[in-house]
Structure formats: structure tokens, C-alpha cells
Design a binder for this molecule. Structure first.
Ligand code: GLU
Length: 278
């Protein structure tokens, strides 16, 4: 059993992160820490320090050195290149405004995030050289290349089918950002030998595309445990601006981190919070 805790250092950890970390740790086996710091606009080094402090306060020690995504971008670039060689990704020059406009056009498909404007357009390396663009997965072609069937398995034994509509033509990289969350996640999960992905149910919609990428890249298939999210008692999601549920604030208020971790491990939450499925 190898699990991982993969926070993005874009703020302080909160109760929801603690719950996820405790669930992963209590699965036994190796429990890895991965710092998902690929978003240069939002990731901050001081939050990496905060993550380590908060985990130590909870009494959770990751196995081995943390895996830091910003140090591994060559691996993501190599995976993207493989998909490119397979003809399964295409450059997309659409801006957010283009996409929004085509979605509101009378015949636009409001149900999908991307309308496919750049799909099937002949590659123009010169334009790529000079123009910002992203790389998208051609989801229909990719499912066909994976043998026509994709899907994943949850820890409770249930199997779930992935469809092109769920996957969409997901962005895998941008000219100025070497990898999207999806591509880096599958490369790292495989490289670390992760056998069980423990994460919040808010990330469940990411699973179809991640599973498909594993198939295309010939990577092993982990099992997934998408757990309920910690919310306020009234069901409101914990927001970045909520200070009270941050582990730093709880520590400052004198809460015992190890006792909190023990409670979370048996599904007991501090007063004012509960578990809910999104
Ligand atoms: N970095 C993601 C987050 O903080 C988690 C990704 C994952 O567990 O797959 O929400």
C-alpha cells in the first residue's frame, strides 16, 4: 500500500486537509507527501513550511522526502511529448474570452467547457513559436487509442466508466506552464508507485481524465478513495478566507493536534463542522 497527500501550497492547511491526511496515513503502508506547486501565480514557499509544521502538529510524519512538482517538470514535458507523438494532443490558441463567447453563441454547446475550435486544425509550428497556447487532449481520439473503454475503481469495489463528455478536451500544458494538474498528478502517482489515491470527493471529476492518461502512457492503475469533505455545520464549504478552520489557527487556540488527528480518524469532527458529500 502506497498513498499520498498532495496539497497545493497556496494557503494554510485546514481541517479538510487534515481529514484527508489522516485517512491516507491510517491506510498503513507508505504515506508520501507531494507538494503540488506548479501554479507560479499562487504557490508560495512559506506555505510549504506551513504544511510541514501542520503535519508535525497532527503527529503525521510522511515517509521519505517530499516530492516537489516544480523540480520535476522535465518528466511532465516528456509525457506530453509522448502523447504528442501519438497524435492525441493538439495546440489550442483560444483565449478564455473566445471560449466564453462560443459557449454563449446560439448553437454553442453550453454543456461542455470547450467547443473544440482548435481540434483538427493543421499544426503551425511558427504560430506556436510566437503565440501563447495550451495543449489539449483530443478526448474522443484518446479513448479510442485506449481501446475504447476507460474507467476507474473506487476503494469500496465500485467501478465507474469514464466518457468523453466527462473528460472533455482537457488542457494538459500551456506554453508558459509545463504541465496541468492532471498530467503531473498521473506522472507522479506512477513514479511514486501510489496504489491508492486518497483525496476529497471534490476531485472525483478529475479521475476520468487522469485514468485515461494512465492508460495512454502505459502507467499502472491505482485505486481511488474519494472521501466526503469537511464543511461548516450548515453545509457551507470551507473557503480560503475562513481563518477558523485552518490548522494554524486551531494550534494557536491551544487545540491538541494529535488528539484532533485521532478524532478525525474515527470520523469525529470539532464542534461546528461536519462531513458532507459535494
Ligand atoms: N493538490 C490538490 C489539492 O490541493 C490535490 C490533488 C490530488 O490529491 O490529486 O486539492
Amino acid at each position: 500500500m502506497i498513498t499520498r497527500f498532495a496539497p497545493s501550497p497556496t494557503g494554510r492547511l485546514h481541517l479538510g486537509h487534515a481529514y484527508s491526511a489522516v485517512l491516507g496515513r491510517q491506510k498503513g503502508g507508505r504515506w508520501l507527501l507531494r507538494i503540488e506547486d506548479l501554479d507560479p501565480g499562487r504557490a508560495r514557499p512559506e506555505f510549504v513550511g506551513g504544511i510541514r509544521e501542520d503535519l508535525a502538529w497532527l503527529g503525521l510524519a510522511p515517509d521519505g522526502a517530499p516530492i516537489v512538482q516544480s523540480e520535476r517538470t522535465h518528466l511532465y514535458a516528456a509525457a506530453l511529448e509522448r502523447l504528442r507523438q501519438m497524435g492525441l494532443v493538439y495546440p489550442c490558441f483560444c483565449t478564455r474570452a473566445d471560449i466564453a463567447a462560443s459557449l454563449t453563441a446560439p448553437h454553442g454547446d453550453a454543456g461542455s467547457a470547450y467547443t473544440g475550435t482548435c481540434r483538427g486544425v493543421a499544426d503551425d509550428p511558427e504560430r506556436r513559436e510566437t503565440t501563447p497556447h495550451s495543449w489539449r487532449l483530443d478526448s474522443a481520439k484518446a479513448i479510442a487509442a485506449a481501446g475504447g473503454v476507460t474507467g476507474w475503481q473506487e476503494d469500496d469495489g465500485s467501478r465507474h466508466e469514464g466518457t468523453a463528455a466527462m473528460i472533455g478536451d482537457a488542457i494538459l500544458a500551456r506554453k508558459d506552464a509545463p504541465s496541468s494538474y492532471h498530467l503531473a498528478c498521473v506522472v507522479d502517482d506512477a513514479d511514486s508507485g501510489v496504489s491508492l489515491v486518497v483525496r476529497g470527493a471534490d476531485l472525483r471529476p478529475s479521475t476520468p481524465v487522469q485514468r485515461l492518461l494512465q492508460q495512454l502512457l502505459g502507467l499502472p492503475e491505482p485505486t481511488y478513495l474519494h472521501h466526503p469533505l469537511v464543511t461548516h455545520e450548515d453545509g457551507r464549504r470551507l473557503a480560503k478566507r475562513d481563518q477558523a478552520p485552518t490548522l494554524a489557527a486551531m494550534r494557536a487556540a491551544g487545540v491538541d493536534g494529535r488528539a484532533l488527528a485521532a478524532d478525525l480518524g474515527v470520523g469525529i469532527l470539532p464542534t461546528g463542522y461536519r462531513l458532507a458529500l459535494p
